[in-house]
Design a protein around this ligand. Structure first.
Ligand SMILES: [Zn+2]
Length: 431
């Protein structure tokens, strides 16, 4: 909040681009209790949120969002591909297409995720990514780094990963990957029961990389040991890990009860039943991060696609995940706005579901400047319709997506409309 007095005494901002004032029917800030705030407003200047408030806005709004919800853009820590593009190919055009398209699903920043491959191939891929990412064009979702899911995984819980390429996290292997990525490596999913894994977690943490337990047959005690060494996440809770049993809590039991661990959750209602997703939110409040684990087939019609170079089929059922020939789930076809809506339908509050897709993942990877509507945070925003479908998205204060209705506008305002209020969904008067 920005009290009026402080705002009036603020220094003039002529040197900055003029600000934009947005009013919204409801704000979901993802801060504090985070309950939707009716009649909120938000000021943006220079790509950053200047103030957030309620009630009478300080001036005529530039953009009025008459219904639905304005919230922080989604932060997705696990994206393998989308729109027919497999990020594993580490190809500039493909990465540009995925980053450019994700805002249509409400996601404004993400971690491209590479799955298990031969070590030297992964090192080369990370090197290539480190060259591509700085050159990605504006106008898409932010690439926050790379998530490496494998190759230090358990063959017993490998899911769609190729067993031939699973290996132990030796110091040499871990260092080679960290160095190849040139600072781009943000998250590594590994099985802590593999020989050398705890020392590998030490190395990753020292390099500023988040270590996550996943594709793992670890016992609860082994997961706790990983947390002792600095692991702070569990990858796609319930999927490809030792389940909860009443005498051996497994990966799931430790994930839910250990306050140091935040769990990724694929809330497409296919990977995990809705009631079990809701159970996770209740058991680990504030420690669930929604992820899509989207594959190349996401956002595409039913058909044949690639995941990590292997063929997968996207079945016709709406929202059903792609599967390999043997029936193994191979990533998802999930949109993040749908994940939020799915959780709300399962009885999770909107504020909690939004926070799980915004502030919690942002904080987990050390980006407190993202994932919240708060002064000083990046102006990465999503406007959802009353049924929680993405209608518009902003990255750094710039509009990067509008839905069909809003797209009838000749130009979408990215600056003030010279004193006129722009009411979304209507055509501004010609002048
Ligand atoms: Zn996985």
């Amino acid at each position: 909040m920005d009290p009026d007095g402080a705002r009036r005494s603020a220094p003039p901002r002529q040197q900055l681009r003029p600000g934009v004032l947005i009013t919204a029917a409801r704000l979901v800030t993802a801060e504090g209790e985070g309950a939707p705030v009716p009649g909120g407003y938000l000021e943006i200047a220079d790509g950053v949120i200047g103030s957030v408030g309620t009630g009478v806005p300080p001036s005529e709004p530039d953009i009025e969002l008459p219904d639905g919800y304005l919230l922080p853009g989604f932060v997705d820590l696990q994206v393998n591909g989308y729109f027919g593009e497999d990020l594993q190919a580490v190809d500039e055009a493909g990465w540009t297409a995925v980053a450019g398209g994700l805002p249509s699903t409400g996601t404004t920043s993400f971690l491209p995720t590479l799955i298990t491959a031969p070590l030297d191939r992964l090192a080369a891929d990370l090197q290539a990514a480190a060259v591509i990412v700085p050159g990605l064009p504006a106008g898409g979702a932010r690439v926050l780094g790379v998530h490496l899911e494998g190759p230090f995984l358990s063959p017993l819980r490998r899911g769609a990963h190729n067993e031939a390429w699973l290996t132990d996290p030796t110091p040499a292997a871990v260092d080679a990957l960290i160095q190849a990525a040139g600072g781009l490596l943000r998250l590594v999913t590994l099985a802590p029961e593999r020989p050398g894994a705890l020392q590998a977690i030490d190395r990753l943490v020292a390099a500023g990389v988040l270590a996550s337990v996943g594709h793992s047959d670890a016992t609860a005690a082994q997961v706790a040991a990983a947390a002792e060494h600095g692991a702070r996440m569990v990858t796609h809770l319930f999927n490809a890990q030792r389940p909860l049993a009443h005498r051996e809590p497994g990966v799931v039991g430790q994930a839910l009860t250990d306050g140091r661990l935040t769990s990724g959750l694929i809330a497409d209602l296919h990977h995990v039943a809705g009631a079990v997703c809701a159970l996770a939110f209740r058991a680990a409040p504030g420690r669930i991060a929604l992820v899509t684990d989207a594959a190349a087939a996401a956002g595409m019609p039913p058909g044949e696609y690639l995941l990590g170079g292997e063929a997968v089929t996207l079945p016709p059922a709406d929202g059903a995940p792609p599967v390999r020939a043997d029936g193994t789930l191979a990533g998802s076809a999930l949109r993040m706005d749908r994940a939020v809506a799915n959780m709300v339908a399962e009885g999770v509050s909107l504020a909690e579901a939004v926070t799980a897709a915004t502030r919690i993942p942002a904080d987990l990877i050390g980006r407190p400047d993202l994932g919240r509507l708060a002064p000083g945070a990046a102006a990465d925003l999503v406007w959802l319709s009353p049924d929680l479908t993405t209608r518009a998205a902003w990255v750094g204060g710039e509009v990067v997506f509008t839905d069909g209705a809003a797209a009838t506008l000749a130009t979408v305002p990215t600056g003030p409309l010279l004193g006129a209020t722009f009411r979304w969904g209507t055509r501004p008067a010609r002048r």
